[in-house]
Design a protein around this ligand. Structure first.
Ligand SMILES: [Zn+2]
Ligand SMILES: [Zn+2]
Length: 222
């Protein structure tokens, strides 16, 4: 048995009420000193509507409490006691069910709060990412514009380079032709028919022998 107010396990003496409920001594005193209403059925209670009961009666009490009472009254009393016990077990089950439901509700509310918090975080992160994506798209657009401008400038510079290359080639060919025309008359001026004054191959001049050359002596030879 449990107290119908604080739901602690009852031991020793307790207080039963005429409305079919049971209380610990402390809660029975509190109820009488306050509004006097049963915590289960709200019936107004007074001391005359409360009966002290022994939760763990001694064998002596069990053996002699009902002595001299007729079986009809005993059966009626037993029936009432069993119905009281069943009512208490139903109340206890309902209390446990309510407690489980309250715990589940509490957990659901906590999970709901956490879920809402996470959803807000995700939403904030999504908004940040969306903003970054927008900025990145803007940067890509700007870079594309810059790239297009640079490509146009590169094309222009390439055109100018080609033109300069052509001009360079033209000037070089002109320079080559001028160079060739400048070298040609000089070759003509020193023609092969003319004698080179510094050449040794004079046709009439033979090398002198030692007999003819007075500077060469026999002693030099040997
Ligand atoms: Zn109690
Ligand atoms: Zn009651």
């Amino acid at each position: 048995m449990r107290c119908n107010a604080c739901w602690r396990e009852l031991e020793g003496r307790a207080i039963s009420t005429t409305c079919g409920h049971i209380l610990c001594n402390e809660d029975a005193s509190k109820i009488l000193s306050n509004d006097g209403a049963c915590p289960i059925c709200d019936q107004v209670l007074s001391k005359s509507l409360m009966r002290p009961v022994d939760i763990n009666p001694s064998d002596e009490w069990v053996n002699m409490a009902m002595a001299g009472i007729s079986p009809q009254i005993l059966m009626k009393s037993s029936y009432k006691s069993i119905m009281f016990y069943i009512g208490q077990k139903e109340l206890e089950m309902q209390y446990k069910m309510n407690r489980i439901v309250a715990q589940c509700r509490q957990k659901c509310e906590t999970m709901q709060e956490k879920f809402t918090e996470k959803m807000e975080q995700v939403h904030t992160a999504y908004q940040k990412m969306a903003k970054r994506c927008q900025q990145a798209e803007q940067e890509i657009e700007n870079l594309s514009k810059d790239k297009q401008e640079l490509q146009e400038k590169f094309s222009e510079k390439s055109r100018q380079k080609r033109k300069l290359d052509e001009m360079y080639d033209q000037l070089r060919s002109e320079y080559e032709s001028v160079k060739r025309s400048a070298i040609q008359p000089a070759n003509n001026f020193y023609s092969r028919a003319d004698h080179d004054l510094f050449a040794n191959d004079l046709p009439d001049k033979k090398p002198l022998t030692y007999e003819e050359d007075p500077s060469l002596s026999l002693s030099d030879c040997c």
